[in-house]
Design a protein around this ligand. Structure first.
Ligand code: GTP
Ligand code: MG
Length: 408
């Protein structure tokens, strides 16, 4: 294989909200870096309807819905829903893990990186995605053949978790806290996802959006961040890519991130440092920038600006250094410049801010989480039971992780 091959991503979404975000990729003519490697999973077929409709719009109506489903959508579990209780979502995935793994391998065999997407307030996506990542990384079903196992050993798993609106019912917040913990740490207290990206619905909410398009602007913001992140691994001139983003933060045990984005500022008018500052004011979760422990800056500018030397990679490094020092940050980090097609002078900035204190986010959910923990541990039945011991481990995993991620 050529060594200059760009990173090949696959998008795996589970649950309704995650599926809605991922299925937007089907609407586009092109998905550089992802192509057709998109899989949407749910525990019942009617919730996959939206995905199938988008697929049909994209590639034309299909007589063979089963085949369409087979390639890009999976229904899993025998419960037809997870009842907003994450252990059910996990149990459904466990029932069908062989089929899920095979489907993912067929779709995405020899991919370099996964972007898993789930809402954290629900039961299906939030229950299944952390479990699936853990299976891929730490324990595959015996049925999987060796080649697949080799490939899976080196693949990177990034996970995008979407936090519920603050006003949502306590069980959503209970799920969210558990989901964050399970994305970060396995039941054996090991690192689970290689990188956990977070976005908060209430924090991203655009007061203009209402009605049907309740999630529209939020999902667009999420897609924008994913595009910028994936774009960096495709076209950047210096080599900075997902492997660079995950290695050091994992060593430091600070691998949760949030995107912070500014788009469309005129690069012939504004200084780069100002654009970085604007981006950092638009983090996707509530956070204190001063507590950041790792940061990556990805600046995307029109090719013509780069060719004319109106913006260069050293300019980006300098601006990044100035921005970090203006916040008193001495962080692990890197900056890169990536070209986009077209003329004009609109410049986009993605800052991936990592290792920040999780308190401002968790403060919105912790009381609900504690209140429900008492009643929900021991609940459920059979394979979907949440035992007290499991819940205690979920709590201690998160506390242990968050304790050394409280900033300075
Ligand atoms: N940003 C965003 N959030 C969503 C979207 N759809 C649902 N949510 C949020 O996700 C949570 C509900 O999760 P769902 O995705 O519906 O749940 P699920 O994974 O299908 O699991 P179940 O609870 O079993 O249905 C709530 O907190 C919603 O606010 C979406 O399209 N975008
Ligand atoms: Mg659902």
């Amino acid at each position: 294989m050529a060594t200059n091959t760009f990173t090949r991503w696959s998008v795996i979404a589970s649950g309704e909200g995650g599926g809605r975000v991922a299925s937007q990729f089907f609407e586009r003519a092109e998905n550089p870096g992802i192509d057709e490697r998109i899989l949407v999973m749910n525990t019942n077929r009617s919730d996959l309807r939206n995905t199938i409709d988008r697929l049909e719009e994209h590639i034309g109506p299909s007589d063979d819905e089963d085949q369409l489903m087979g390639n890009h959508a999976i229904e899993f579990g025998s419960q037809a829903g997870a009842g907003n209780f994450f252990p059910n979502g996990e149990a459904c995935a466990r029932e069908d893990i062989d089929r899920i793994v095979n489907n993912i391998s067929n779709l995405a065999g020899n991919t370099d990186a996964f972007m898993h997407i789930a809402t954290l307030g629900g039961g299906t996506g939030n229950g299944s995605i952390p479990y699936i990542i853990d299976q891929f990384k730490n324990g595959l079903p015996d049925a999987v053949d060796e080649n697949v196992e080799d490939w899976m050993g080196s693949v990177i798993h990034a996970a995008f978790g979407i936090w519920p609106y603050y006003y949502e019912q306590p069980q959503r917040h209970f799920n969210a806290v558990c989901g964050l913990s399970r994305l970060l740490r396995t039941g054996n207290e090991r690192q689970n996802a290689d990188m956990v990206l977070l976005a908060s619905n209430s924090h991203l909410e655009d007061s203009d959006s209402e009605g049907d398009d309740q999630y529209g602007s939020i999902n667009n913001a999420i897609i924008r961040a994913i595009d910028l992140m994936i774009g960096a691994g495709r076209e950047t001139r210096s080599v900075i890519d997902i492997k660079d983003y995950v290695t050091i933060p994992s060593q430091m045990d600070t691998y949760h991130f949030t995107p912070a984005v500014s788009t469309g500022l005129d690069g012939s008018v504004f200084e780069l440092e100002y654009m970085l500052e604007k981006a950092s004011e638009n983090a996707y979760v509530p956070m204190d920038v001063e507590t950041t422990q790792a940061a990556y800056a990805i600046v995307r500018a029109p090719e013509a600006m780069i060719d004319n030397d109106e913006i260069s990679e050293p300019d980006v490094y300098d601006a990044f250094r100035d921005w970090t020092s203006s916040h008193g940050l001495n962080v692990a980090g890197q900056a890169s410049l990536t070209p986009k097609r077209g003329r004009g002078s609109d410049v986009d900035v993605l800052l991936l801010l990592g290792g920040f204190s999780l308190d401002p986010l968790l403060d919105h959910s912790w009381d609900d989480f504690e209140m429900l923990g008492e009643s929900l541990s021991g609940s459920g039945s059979g394979k979907s039971k949440l035992t007290r011991a499991e819940l205690d481990r979920i709590v201690s995993n998160l506390e242990e992780y968050a304790d050394h991620n409280i900033g300075k």
